[in-house]
Design a binder for this molecule. Structure first.
Ligand SMILES: Nc1ncnc2c1ncn2[C@@H]1O[C@H](COP(=O)(O)OP(=O)(O)OP(=O)(O)O)[C@@H](O)[C@H]1O
Ligand SMILES: [Mg+2]
Length: 315
């Protein structure tokens, strides 16, 4: 039943800071690869830790083959580098700042592109969505706030692009005039930039369709049995529903064993049982998985494979 995850194309792991997103994403990517799927593990968290989890240096420049796992590659998206490409594209659209000025409808942010880091990550995400080389792409995302912005972006980016395109249509001729006045590019560049903009709008539309299709995409919420993590999970799940992002499964991580000989452990254990009951009440229609806290820090391919055995059964 739980193996149906591996029929999907895009798997996202998200949740509160420190709950085990990277660990679950890495273990899942390893299992996907061990099942014979060509798999890519992508980190969209600017504070990358896929390298630490796999115990192997992964960079942002290229896909790196993961040692000791056939069929698995990884990349940590380098948002700084992509940011300059993105800024260049934006300034190409409005080289003199004329749009922003002309549009001045009282709202100075009306034409500014939505979120920076997230937009860059999203534009890169588009590339993975269109890349047929991998059967499964596993995304290790940043803690909740960042990730929600990223997932809301298709909508934001689209409405932003629609406004920009409409504006350009209306002001096309005028824009050329502005450009020559300020010594901007030729008519040809102008058309080229406009085509790129329309192409990006179409790509965003395609991404929206893929990401909301529950046969292709699944978001796994990772949490721990504490009240604060439960609240954050609730915010995450509500927001995912709002953007129609498929989510059915919650990983409850870092369960402590019962230890009646230690009063600290006993108290934490009682608290944990209560919180697990709460999660079961809140999410009775979800597929819930309980994962024990290991005796050691889960790091490196061998440990991650042990975790994969717990998550998906022995191979
Ligand atoms: N079930 C577990 N047993 C033992 N150690 C675990 C378990 N799950 C996660 N860890 C360890 O907890 C730490 C945090 O895990 P991880 O980095 O996966 O969390 P994260 O949610 O990705 O954090 P961040 O929000 O900082 O990205 C790591 O050192 C990891 O090895
Ligand atoms: Mg992480």
């Amino acid at each position: 039943m739980s193996n149906s995850l591996f029929n999907k194309h895009f798997l996202f792991f998200g949740g509160k800071g420190g709950v085990g997103k990277t660990t679950m994403a890495a273990a899942t990517a390893i299992r996907a690869a061990d099942l014979g799927h060509n798999t890519l593990l992508v980190s969209t968290d600017p504070a990358h830790s896929v390298s630490d989890s796999l115990d192997q240096k992964i960079g942002g420049d290229d896909y790196i083959k993961v040692n000791d796992v056939e069929n698995l590659w990884a990349i940590e998206l380098n948002t700084d580098q992509a940011m300059s490409t993105y800024s260049e594209m934006i300034s190409q659209q409005d080289p003199t700042g004329a749009f922003n000025e002309l549009l001045g409808d009282g709202d100075p942010s009306s034409l500014s592109p939505p979120g920076t880091d997230e937009t860059v990550a999203f534009i890169q995400l588009l590339e993975f969505i269109q890349n047929p080389e991998y059967d499964i792409v596993v995304f290790d995302t940043a803690p909740t706030g960042h990730t929600l912005k990223l997932l809301q972006l298709p909508e934001l980016t689209q409405s932003w692009l629609f406004r920009l395109i409409k504006m350009r249509r209306r002001l096309g001729g005028l824009m050329g005039g502005f450009k020559s006045l300020f010594g901007g590019g030729s008519e040809l560049d102008e058309q080229d930039a406009f085509d790129k903009l329309e192409e990006l709008r179409d790509q965003v539309e395609i991404a929206r369709t893929h990401l909301s299709n529950n046969e292709e995409t699944e978001f796994v919420a990772v949490t721990i049995p504490t009240i604060m993590a439960i609240w954050e999970t609730e915010r995450l799940i509500r927001a995912l529903f709002e953007v129609a992002f498929p989510i059915t499964r919650i990983y409850i991580n870092q369960l402590q064993p019962e230890n009646p000989d230690c009063s600290y452990c006993k108290n934490r254990y009682t608290e944990q049982l209560k919180n697990i009951e709460k999660i079961k009440d809140l999410y009775d229609e979800f597929d819930l998985h309980e994962i024990p806290s290991f005796e050691y820090e889960i790091r490196g391919v061998a440990h991650l494979r042990k975790l994969a055995n717990i998550l998906y059964g022995k191979k």
